[in-house]
Ligand binder design. Sequence first.
Ligand code: NAP
Ligand code: MG
Length: 487
Amino acid sequence: MPIDLLPSVEHFLSRRQRLLIGGQWVDSVSGETFDTLNPATGQPLCAVASGQAEDVDRAVQAARAAFPAWAALMPAERERLLRRYAELLERHKEELAQLETLDNGKPYQVAYNVEVNVAIGQMYYYAGLPTKLKGETYAVSSPGYHVYTRREPLGVCAAITPWNYSLVMAVQKIGPALASGNTLILKPAEQTPLTAIRLAELALEADLPPGVFNLVTGYGETAGAALTRHSEVDKVAFTGSTEVGKAIMQAAAGNLKRISLELGGKSPLIIFDDAELELATEAALWAIFANSGQNCVAGSRLYVQSGAYEAVIARLAQRATELRVGPGMEANTQIGPLISQQQLERVLAYVHSAEGRIVVGGERWGSVGYFVKPTIIGELSDTSRAAVEEIFGPVLSVFRFDTEDEVLARANASRFGLAAGVWTTHLGRAHRTAAALKAGVVWINTYDWFDPAVPFGGMKESGYGRELGTQVMDMYTELKSVWVKIE
Ligand code: NAP
Ligand code: MG
């Protein structure tokens, strides 16, 4: 059954969407726009301003102008404003979830219960951080000195975000940037600008001062690149592909911008013979197929110990064919479309080139929209492309292993190091493997859990820096040491 569109969503979609610069909604200087599409149908949802270098420059000036007053605001006042912002997100939960489902394709229940809820939880968490910023005093070995550190905001931050969890990825950067006294320009992915636009509208409604939060929609090569090379941008917070992350690192060298990079992954999930197999198999299913596999932490390499291999693969294959694929705005859909025609073709190309055995799926679902059936590939070599590269689609590679040492070596033989999962009932093995896996997060007997209080980020080519937790404030502040001669 289709879910009815809210009148507020219909109204939102009937407008041409603009840029938010210095508290004003403006067209791009060039007047150019692009359409954002509904991936369930391939049809346009609405036209969005295509920001370019001139627009970025105006947004940077606005953010620069707003910075001193925002940084000087009493921390309790910043908390009050950010809390009001979080409350507004909460009040508009259904609307945000519908916009995300339309723009990104994910099932409405997932958008509502996962994406929007997580974003709201994060905004409340960050709203509490301004009063927790602190420095330290030091016992120096020179007589007559009092030495302390201060945490100071960086200045103007740029947030460049991907399309897979657009709302969460935006809030994960807006929250800490503003909480620590910076001003911000958000550049959302061109495929999913709608919830970012709504976030900007709600920021104005929450009375965030003009210029504190600016929005420039547009393409990565134009708006995104202009932000990363702008000499008055002090920091770029990026989530997206490893390839673009590397380009950003180079562009940031111009003025030695601070950067944080949350990049791709090819995360291993290991099931030992002694695991609770039914729970482990269900976890492995959702580890890859949640969000149609378009998940940075997707458990895309599944290693099953020999004794459990046949049972796990048979059960996985059965469950994968039971999953209900369909448009996100259908009430009982579990698996939505991929984001774009390009992504559909990319994912199918990986599947068609894989030299293993397609256990289930391996083809498009339906003829409209960008759907791919949940796909499992077995009997792949560890070095085949489908086993090594991030596919970012509903495609699971399953491997058999015999020993703990062997599986750890194979799991770690990747240029990525974002996440890993281990299923075992052996306590010692659980902690041993958690320590041995080269990944920023390891889940034991669970998968894909997050909390605003727990740091998240990647090792190796999966990233640089940590988001979430109080540690994120280190990524948005400078540490200043102050020496005072007191004698
Ligand atoms: P992407 O192609 O790297 O794009 C991410 C963002 O960067 C988009 O806003 C994009 O703009 C922009 N961009 C592209 N080229 C740019 C450039 N030269 N300079 C500045 N910005 C540029 O990634 P995606 O396809 O949207 O997202 C999928 C990737 O994100 C996957 O690799 C996934 O693993 C990763 N991801 C990682 C995490 C994590 O936390 N580690 C979370 C989610 C996703 P346009 O789209 O408008 O071109
Ligand atoms: Mg879209």
